[in-house]
Design a protein around this ligand. Structure first.
Ligand code: ZN
Length: 154
């Protein structure tokens, strides 16, 4: 296999990679429980294994108890035993790109690096991609909480 072919194959894999995220997020969005806002959201994350985990928003009559689609997807990922996320996607029907809310940016930060791409998609496809670090700059994360950072027992 020539080096050029390898690079093309890798590029093709990268270029097609979000398609499976988009398909999974769209399929999850169909099941969104959004009777209050009417704003159905689907999300998908890719674990380091390459596996894709999806979720939808799950609203609640007690509004603050609702769950974002990203939180659902992250929960599915961790439940499957994966704790590294390399890519994420959010899909909703909006004229402006729908990105993860502040809380979900922090949720992603727990498992993803600053460089991890976060895609925003609408009915037509991906409309924007941001590195997680640009959505949550100067973030607080797991590296801040180390055994050495904990208050010593008295
Ligand atoms: Zn959220």
């Amino acid at each position: 296999m020539s080096r050029c072919y390898t690079q093309q194959a890798q590029m093709a894999r990268f270029m097609s990679a979000p398609d499976d995220l988009l398909a999974a997020a769209r399929a999850a969005r169909v099941h969104a429980h959004a009777p209050y806002s009417g704003f159905a959201v689907g999300a998908a994350v890719r674990g380091a294994s390459g596996r894709v985990y999806a979720g939808c928003n799950v609203e609640n009559a007690a509004y603050p108890e609702g769950l974002c689609a990203e939180a659902s997807a992250i929960g599915a990922c961790v439940t499957a035993g994966e704790t590294r996320i390399v890519e994420a996607l959010v899909v909703a029907d909006s004229k402006i790109p729908v990105t993860p809310c502040g809380a979900c940016r922090q949720r992603l930060r727990e498992f993803a690096a600053d460089e991890a791409p976060v895609h925003a998609a609408d009915a037509d496809g991906i409309v924007a991609t941001y590195p997680l670090g640009s959505l949550l700059p100067h973030s607080f994360g797991p590296s801040h909480v180390t055994p050495a950072s904990r208050k010593p027992a008295t």
